[in-house]
Design a protein around this ligand. Sequence first.
Ligand code: AMP
Ligand code: MN
Ligand code: MN
Ligand code: MN
Length: 309
Amino acid sequence: MPIPLPPERFAGDPDPLGVDLHMHSTASDGAMAPSEVVALCAKRGITLMALTDHDTVAGVAEADAAARRLGILLVPAAELSTRWQGVGIHVVALLPSGIRGALEEGLEAQARAREARAVEIAARMETLGLDDALARAREQAGPYRPLGRPDFARALVAAGLVPDVATAFRKHLGSGKTGDVKAHWPPLAEVVGWIVEAGGVAVLAHPLRYGLTRRKRGLLLDAFAAAGGEAAELVSGFQNADVTRDLARQFDERGLYASLGSDFHFPGGYLAPGSMSPVPRTAVPPVWTHPRMAGFVAAGCDATAAGTL
Ligand code: AMP
Ligand code: MN
Ligand code: MN
Ligand code: MN
């Protein structure tokens, strides 16, 4: 079955675009297996997707196999943890040319950093009364995936120390709280460098979600662009259309391309794949028209149409 090409520009069409370039699976802190995420995407009319698990591409091969079966084009990707000016910043790596060079070692380093960070978070959770915090977080995560803050949040809930995950983040694990350990992550510019060197496009994830003022967000976008970042998420989840238009202005001033994604983690949450707010009409070009993405997308749609994928 042919895969339709996504639109060349954002014309302000309120219908979903069939694109979602930010989603999680059980390879990081999502609830569904990679192939299940893809199946859900197919059901929801997604034709271009990226599985963006935290600091890993472990789910990409399984997702790609499923995507090929279901007539979806999947861009290899990951969401990488970085730090900038004391703030934890996420960068989505879109990797049409795959994983190579410094990025390969970078992903290995991220896995080690995540392990060391979990030990540090555990020590801090123990001061809050969560005994054997590392083992309890591991119990929540199951045996395979790297530990993240949501696992500690669920462990706090299971131990009866907080009523729910939202409270766990608000009091103990959210931005600036004791469990928000960022020191293990590399600087923003270093991570962007790995992505560019691998022939990928670095996308600043959810720029509205760092609690920054407009001015500080501008400085972040400046630093990101100076490091070689070329795109940012214009729409991530639900957001006000005026806010989106203002954000588009900040992208336009820096020549950034626009990406979009739901940041889907689990079904039953308020966001399903492809269900983010519509993109208003804007001159900022879609990230899939970026020179390093356009060939991949055209070839992928074509090859599937011809039955060669
Ligand atoms: P980590 O990758 O270990 O830094 O954990 C970050 C993840 O925690 C995010 O990607 C979200 O999935 C989750 N998270 C962050 N803030 C919250 C929150 N307030 N409530 C629930 N989950 C959150
Ligand atoms: Mn997450
Ligand atoms: Mn994120
Ligand atoms: Mn995410």
